[in-house]
Design a protein around this ligand. Structure first.
Ligand SMILES: [Zn+2]
Length: 274
């Protein structure tokens, strides 16, 4: 009896200790790197004008599933369409410049984690190229976080990146997604008009910047090379500098989405970063 009262008392005390407990459970607690496809390209200079002409390159394509203790799930990018998985020899894109492969679907990887499409509260899209928005419609109820400049540009093209009626939150610059500074969308235009990157804080890993296509691979980052296909070279250079400044200021790591050697060295789902 006495012990039961004591236990009840301790439980009540713990409940009263709300703010302290809430603080330790706040923020982002997990980040999964998901395999969202890969591509073989015959000519690397597509991304580095005049450099490495005719040299082939393989590119990774990651999605990132971020869990916020109070805010729920944010999926960052959705990769090349899951339908690509049905073609074992891959699918040619950009007039044959790249062959895309999808060994694992996004749907299957989320199912393995026990995450249902409706559990995804937000989808952040770095930009609207097909290797980033291929699966937005797997998540009809999730709100797409997209810059207005990107939305207007993408929906003016003949093939819309996702359904016109999909729930969206239009952004005009940076956005603190969960309101606590743990997950910040960074406006990094240049590759496309409304390109964005993501700054995430993980309790054990520290600050990480998910590049989007602000840069495609390490050699381009080290040499500040801008792909010819980018819509604005000056803005691309300014966005790279902005990311470099944030990396220095936050002692952050830069995770380059399409850098296959870097990606191959990372833990992929079902493993995760904390
Ligand atoms: Zn792109």
């Amino acid at each position: 009896m006495k012990l039961a009262r004591l236990v009840a008392g301790v439980a009540a005390l713990l409940l009263c200790a709300g703010p302290g407990l809430a603080q330790s459970a706040a923020g982002v607690d997990r980040l999964y790197v998901l395999d969202c496809g890969w591509a073989h390209a015959a000519d690397q200079s597509r991304w580095s004008p005049g450099v490495d002409v005719g040299k082939p390159i393989d590119l990774s394509d990651n999605c990132y599933l971020i869990h916020h203790a109070r805010g729920g799930y944010l999926l960052w990018d959705t990769g090349i369409a899951d339908a690509t998985a049905a073609s074992p020899d891959g699918v040619a894109m950009a007039n044959g410049a790249m062959i895309w492969h999808r060994p694992k679907t996004l749907a299957a990887q989320l199912a393995t984690l026990g995450v249902k499409p409706d559990d995804i509260r937000y989808i952040g899209v770095s930009h609207t190229h097909p290797d980033h928005v291929g699966n937005v419609e797997l998540f009809p109820k999730s709100t797409v976080l997209i810059q207005k400049a990107e939305y207007d540009w993408a929906f003016a093209r003949p093939t819309p990146p996702f359904a016109a009626g999909h729930p969206v939150m239009m952004l005009d610059g940076d956005k603190d997604v969960f309101g606590d500074g743990s997950t910040i969308i960074l406006s990094t235009p240049g590759h496309t008009p409304g390109h964005e990157s993501l700054l995430v804080h993980l309790p054990k890993t520290g600050w990480v910047v998910l590049s989007g296509d602000v840069v495609h691979f390490k050699a381009n980052w080290d040499n500040r090379r801008v792909p010819a296909l980018n819509v604005d070279k000056e803005k691309s250079l300014a966005s790279m500098q902005r990311i470099a400044d944030i990396l220095a200021e936050r002692h952050a790591q830069l995770w380059i989405n399409h850098d296959k050697p870097q990606s191959d060295g990372q833990r992929h789902a079902p493993e995760y970063y904390e």
